[in-house]
Design a binder for this molecule. Sequence first.
Ligand code: FEO
Length: 396
Amino acid sequence: MKIPIAKNVDWVGKIDWELRKFHGEEYSAHRGSSYNAYLVRDEKIALIDTVWGPFAKEFVRNLQHEIDLGKIDYVIANHAETDHSGALPELMRYIPDKPVYCTANGVKSLKGHYHQDWNFQIVKTGDKLSLGKKELVFIEAPMLHWPDSMMEYLTGDAILFSNDAFGQHIASERIFNDQVVQSELDEEAIKYYANILTPFSPLVTKKINEVVGLNLPLQTICPSHGVIWRDNPLQIVQRYLRWADNYQENQITILYDTMWDGTRKLAEGIAQGITESDGDVAVKLFNIARSDKNDVITEVFKSKAILLGSPTINKSFLSSVALILDMMAGLKFKNKKASTFGCYGWSGEAVKRMHEDLAKAGFSMVGEGLKTLWEPGDEELTQARAFGETFVSLVR
Ligand code: FEO
């Protein structure tokens, strides 16, 4: 199966409707995904990326319907993570001597994955590969999102093959951005950025400014997952610039776990206090033990402030809280305020410990948090509403 992208440029990847978890079990893919590979035919022929390993034979078989594999002159490996390089071993069995273009780190990583000494050709930013009338211009993109990542720009057709950057985990038989439900595309694009690219935001800004500074015409952005940006491709570039710049909306997200519903009642009381005292701010509550962790992270990414709640167990907080704290610390959120809350029966360390861990994760802490003894009654729920009112006034 091929889908034309431009004259002599075809999508030859794999749409994975079944995918529900990506990066092992780490990333939820509610809408599946795709592994985008591209065939560029000029006087010379280049294959850009492959697909995930389980689809290797299918990919190579399909490719053989499109082209005699021996006619491929250049293999471009933008990134060694196996969702893109997984079919290389199968492909290279047919064309073992063909050059594989990648970064210096790409060589290390591809060798590390496949233990093969293919004909690697190392490229750097600005290096060009002539295909005849058109050429590929390489752009290293370290940490977007791995040290080996790179992109390339195809002159003539003005296509940026951006690999993981600007991607989204969406399966769609219609592969262009103007052909899918826009709200679904928006959700998956921001989730992808929030969960994968947030820690590299300073590098995102720098790389985009570098590429924009080249003043190249841009017709299409072809990422390696999800839809291709052909309708106003700069829209996703502009969104990335906003997301990379300490992004926040007028939203407060309340994350909590609860054992016997006491901390849930506090969460709802706090939400009521916030809502009653600020008519504009969006307030969302998540029981994090029962919610998709990547969706929760996306909501944290969109928030100007969060509240984290847990009862105390074993002088600490519940395990779902430990997980989300670790994820938030790794993602290095910036410019977000936070506080903590929870009810307790005996020792009551959770609120203080969450407070300390959020501060270590880079959140600006507001107040000391709300800690109430036993099951919340009317008095404690009044305290929770007041806590919400004070909190929203401090994070305006
Ligand atoms: Fe889509 Fe970093 O792999």
